[in-house]
Design a binder for this molecule. Structure first.
Ligand code: ATP
Length: 350
């Protein structure tokens, strides 16, 4: 590799994490042979199994490697029976978001031709939206900070100007390259914090007259995502709302196996499928690797210019072609396992 080698820290994690990671790396290797991508992938241990074996779910060494890498590619982390001493789930992916200031959770929801979804309306083939989940504050700010007594439990939501304005800027910048519509999802009718968040977005909207801006209450959006999802473009929202709506939206395009994501800050970024470790199917080689492969495409795009951006476009087109030409993973009623899915995407590259 040349002097411009880009370093990618790979955290395969737990459950189906290592399975979809192996498939994704195989695809990236094939893609790397076709384009001079100059990427070096270095694996690091982190997650629930790492905690079980070493007492640390994300060691200092692993964190530093992530911090100094050009990008972080992550499988999935956590395991039902393995918990921290206070009983909470081990989630180093959340630690990474907070410590690396990855405030923007970019979660594209795009219908892939040939992948069956639950909506009968033919317009569902045109679903192409992004849930932009704020990923460092909101209700999740309270993680490890809440109060539980004999008589009450309390967790506090936090929204700051610093994070919200950067999130808004990112929402309008992304929308400007797409369908030019930003719809903030909030609960401004009940909470002053969300009314204030709406004001901050409205301020940013003034700097982007080319992008239409409106806002919707989260409960109404839950309904509209089922009724007319093809109308939406960029949906920025609070952390907890984004957590819930992104699973719902993934269901519109085939399920968690089709939902990629990027957690992006101003300097660092983690690319990972939106799904978890799927304990119910882990270890069987049947997980759908598409979400992670599409996350890798997002990584290539984020890392730079041509040939990386061209490789990203080719990778997305190969995923589409593979499904159009008959790839059917188990989660959509087919028989193709993780490795076979990777093989078919690689074949579709050529
Ligand atoms: P988390 O709390 O981390 O989101 P979870 O167990 O609630 O984890 P997932 O791990 O995302 O949620 O799994 C939800 C369901 O979706 C499970 O039935 C799982 O088998 C399925 N699933 C998730 N990812 C995939 C995948 N890549 N391929 C096939 N099925 C998947």
């Amino acid at each position: 590799m040349g002097t411009n080698t880009l370093e990618v820290a790979v955290l395969a994690g737990d459950g189906i994490g290592p399975e979809v990671t192996e498939a994704t790396l195989a695809v990236l290797e094939a893609l790397g042979r076709r384009h001079a991508l100059g990427l070096r992938f270095t694996p690091h241990r982190a997650g629930a199994m790492a905690y079980r074996d070493t007492g640390e779910d994300l060691s200092d060494a692993a964190f530093r490697a992530c911090e100094s890498a050009d990008a972080i590619l992550l499988g999935a982390m956590g395991w039902p029976g393995i918990r921290a001493q206070d009983g909470t789930e081990l989630a180093p992916q959340i630690t990474l978001r907070q410590r690396l200031d990855l405030y923007a959770g970019i979660r594209p929801i795009r219908a892939i031709p040939g992948v069956p979804g639950p909506l009968a309306d033919p317009r569902a083939a045109g679903i192409d939206l992004i849930i932009l989940r704020e990923s460092t504050e909101g209700l999740f700010f309270s993680k490890d900070r809440g109060t539980v007594t004999q008589d009450y439990a309390e967790e506090t939501l936090r929204i700051t100007r610093h994070v919200t304005t950067r999130l808004a800027r990112r929402a309008f910048a992304l929308a400007a390259q797409r369908k030019r519509r930003v719809t903030l999802v909030d609960k401004a009718n009940v909470f002053r914090a969300f009314a204030w968040m709406r004001d901050l977005f409205a301020e940013e909207a003034q700097a982007h007259p080319e992008v239409a801006f409106d806002a919707a209450y989260v409960d109404a959006m839950a309904l509209d995502l089922l009724r007319r999802p093809w109308e939406f473009d960029l949906l920025p929202t609070e952390n907890m709302f984004g957590d819930i709506l992104s699973d719902l939206a993934a269901g519109l395009v085939g399920g968690m196996g089709f939902a990629p994501s990027a957690d992006v800050g101003d300097e660092h970024a983690v690319f990972q499928p939106s799904h978890g470790t799927a304990p119910d199917i882990a270890g069987q080689g049947v997980a759908n690797p598409t979400a992670m492969i599409l996350s890798a495409a997002m990584m290539l795009e984020w890392l730079g210019e041509a040939p990386l951006t061209e490789a990203a476009a080719e990778l997305r087109a190969a995923v589409d072609r593979a499904f159009r030409e008959g790839l059917r993973t188990r989660d959509i009623g087919g028989t193709h396992g993780t490795a076979e899915a990777a093989r078919r995407v690689i074949a579709a590259l050529e």
